[in-house]
Design a protein. Structure first.
Length: 558
């Protein structure tokens, strides 16, 4: 039921309007004898509609209407003036409408006209209340989102501040297309030496993308602090994002670890544009391509944690970037592109980082970003990865340690046997951060022994795709028929005053294999297994006619 306030100093007029409203029905009627009383009643009752006389003692309808409208604020309370004068002839009526009145009705009253105008204004009032309610809801939501945004911004900035970002070795530029950056950069030093970096791009933009930084940063800093393997960090981030993030939200990322000597770089890359590796003299030493799906897409059972390992030198630079760089467009819709980026990097000296940013800004001209932009320059140097806490770095080597295991023909038929061996081996704290490299090293050692010493296969039978297929078909056949085969692994930690090593002695009961190392000038689709082993090891040596291989892997120096 609607409440109607009648304001008139003449009782006869109030009575007539009251009777007419009762005939119309569905309303509750209250009365005031002048404008001042109308203001007092409005403040207490908040009527839905007011029928206001103009000329009254104490306070006129002009003054009362102006005050009531001010009190009502954004809430629409219709005021219909009741007058005996015609609208065309009444200057007083014009003044009344100017004071805030919404309509008028002439005396003598016409029930149909009164009802029609009341219904129209009450409908407007109802719509106004709906709009106000929606605005209040939106205000509450905006306050909540602002609070959430402040929390995310606080955490995002905190994570960036927690990162080790020495401009001498790590230059970076991050620019978001909205209030929040969907790109993420985190860098930290390991207590055991070495530096971990993750750079990535969440699906979408703004707050929804930035929210993903929370689980990634928590996992990254915690696992890096423990010196865990890069592949294990990638696996855990993937597992948590896949488990908790909404469907369709994932994290294209590059995870990088530079070891404590600054000479070996491990990379896990999923869904990111290729990275560029330049020598200290500016020559392009390599391009690093994504080998995996973005994090958060695959279930843990389908995830592959394998990393790539590169032997780097002091002064080498690695350039990482999000697709906001290469996919940036100029006003004509042309993309900045990888070729343009690579040319800028290769044709400039120490200013190449700034040159890329300047050219990118000039290319887009309008300055309107269509994606978040991140560019990173990492300079490889032992000073970057120095361990300042020598005790933490040497605790893991304080006690002698040895581990032995052996594979029979049954274990050799297990496709994941090397993964299992690496997982078991790297439970030792001194080896945990080396897991990615050791898995590659063990895989190459094992493949060479199994294929050539145990199964007696010949690598030069892989000249083309057809011979590759035939080679692996023959390998599988021999492997299934294999009996009485044995490969023994012995692992020991060794240390002197300056260096710590993992010694690996691998023996087998096959025909023996010494192999050969492919030279850089050779362009062959086979025979690079021993080259990889040489590149990752401090030294290797064969004995017992190729049936025993000794490998020294350098863990820590200085």
């Amino acid at each position: 039921m609607k409440t109607i306030l009648i304001v008139d100093d003449i009782e006869t007029n109030r009575k007539l309007l009251r009777q007419m409203l009762r005939i119309i029905g569905g309303v509750n009627v209250i009365e005031a004898v002048d404008g001042k009383e109308a203001v007092t009643i409005f403040e207490k009752e908040f009527p839905d509609l007011i029928l206001m006389d103009i000329n009254m003692p104490v306070m006129s309808g002009y003054e009362s209407t102006s005050i009531i409208k001010s009190m009502a604020g954004e809430n629409y309370t219709p005021i219909i003036f009741v007058t005996a004068l015609s609208a065309e002839a009444s200057l007083a009526l014009a003044l009344a409408l100017a004071s805030g009145g919404d309509d008028f009705i002439s005396k003598p009253f016409n029930k149909e006209v009164l009802e029609s105008k009341m219904n129209a204004h009450l409908r407007i009032r109802e719509l106004n209340q709906q709009v106000n309610d929606k605005n209040n809801d939106l205000t509450d939501i905006n306050k909540y989102l602002t609070h959430e945004q402040n929390l995310i911004e606080h955490f995002f900035n905190g994570a960036l501040q927690q990162s080790f970002l020495d401009q001498k070795y790590i230059k970076y530029h991050m620019s978001s297309m909205s209030s929040f950056n969907g790109d993420l950069l985190l860098v930290t030093r390991s207590q055991k030496g070495g530096i971990y970096l993750v750079m990535g791009d969440f699906t979408g933009h703004g707050l929804s993308a930035a929210m993903g930084t929370l689980p990634v940063a928590m996992i990254f800093f915690k696992m890096a602090e423990k010196g865990l393997a890069l592949g294990d960090i990638a696996r855990e981030v993937n597992r948590q994002l896949n488990k908790f993030m909404p469907s369709g939200m994932f994290f294209a990322a590059t995870l990088l670890f530079l070891n404590d000597r600054g000479d070996k770089m491990s990379v896990w890359m999923g869904g990111m544009p290729e990275s560029y590796w330049l020598g200290k003299d500016g020559e392009l030493k390599g391009e690093i391509f994504s080998q995996h799906m973005p994090l958060g897409i695959l279930p843990d059972s389908g995830f592959v944690e394998t990393v790539e390992v590169f032997n780097v030198e002091k002064g080498d630079k690695v350039y990482l970037y999000s697709d906001g760089v290469n996919e940036a467009r100029n006003p004509d819709g042309e993309m900045f592109g990888n070729d343009r980026l690579k040319e800028l990097l290769c044709n400039h000296g120490d200013d190449r980082f700034d040159e890329v940013l300047n050219n990118l800004q000039a290319f887009t001209t309008s300055g309107n970003q269509n994606d978040d932009v991140t560019l990173i320059e990492l300079t490889c140097d032992e000073s970057l990865v120095l361990n300042n806490d020598e005790e933490n770095g040497n605790e893991a080597y304080a006690l002698p340690w040895h581990m032995s295991t052996a594979f029979s023909a049954t274990e050799m038929r297990d496709d994941e046997i090397i993964i299992k061996l690496a997982n078991m081996l790297c439970t030792h704290p001194a080896l945990a951060s080396h897991k990615g490299i050791l898995q590659i090293l063990l895989s190459e050692i094992y493949s060479n022994i199994l294929d050539h010493s145990i199964l007696g296969l010949n690598s030069d039978k892989k000249e083309n795709a057809e011979e590759f297929s035939e080679y692996y078909k023959k390998r599988e056949q021999k492997l299934q028929k294999l009996e009485d085969a044995l490969i023994e692994f012995d692992f020991s930690l060794m240390a002197d005053s300056e260096k710590q090593y993992l010694q690996m002695i691998i023996k087998d009961n096959g025909a023996g294999y010494k192999g050969h190392v492919v030279n850089d000038s050779d362009v062959l689709p086979y025979g690079r297994g021993l080259e990889i082993i040489h590149g990752l090891s401090e030294s290797i040596s064969f004995s017992d006619e190729g049936k025993t291989l000794e490998v020294l892997y350098l863990l820590q120096s200085g």
